[in-house]
Design a protein around this ligand. Structure first.
Ligand code: HEC
Length: 133
């Protein structure tokens, strides 16, 4: 009988509990999704619809004006970008924003099938429109 082996086996569950919690996986956006160009024209109607949906689904985290200071930020310990600063989204393509809004990112749940693609593109336009400078 090879005892040390059984001792090791017995310790395995303990080793598992000592491990760090799994980090949130970094978001990987497929290049073909990132390269998509916003096919919808910015219209007052489209923006109004997007603003309504933003109020229901996004403002509690990203803030009513996109400044990243929604009411859930403290309790969920979120650090969000300030979209009123144009630089905050400069490195993102419209395709990337679409992908993130549709699929989500970390603690953010995506819109998934709840919104049609055209409606999500309007959200992209809205999020861009928060920038003041
Ligand atoms: C539960 C809180 C929460 C909600 C609700 C939420 N988000 Fe997010 N969002 C996040 C977090 C956290 C990130 C990742 C951190 C960051 O990029 O600021 C993020 C990232 C993003 C990004 C990508 C920014 C970047 O450059 O990485 C966009 C765009 C975005 N959210 C838009 C939206 C829109 C539009 C909605 C509503 C349909 C929404 N979010 C709903 C928390 C939330």
């Amino acid at each position: 009988m090879f005892k040390p082996f059984y001792v090791l086996l017995a310790l395995l569950p303990l080793a598992a509990t000592l491990q760090e919690p799994a980090p949130i996986p970094a978001l990987v956006i497929p290049p073909e999704a990132a390269a998509l160009v916003n096919p919808t024209k910015s219209t007052p109607q489209g923006l109004a619809m997007a603003r309504k949906m933003y109020g229901y689904d996004c403002a509690m985290c990203h803030g009513a004006n996109g400044n990243g200071k929604g009411e859930l930020v403290d309790s969920m310990k979120l650090t969000l970008k300030d979209y009123t600063d144009r630089a905050s989204l400069q490195s993102r393509t419209d395709g990337e924003l679409f992908y993130i809004i549709q699929k989500g990112s970390g603690p953010m749940t995506g819109e998934g099938d709840r919104q049609k693609p055209a409606e999500i593109w309007n959200m992209v336009t809205l999020v861009r429109s928060f920038a003041k400078n």
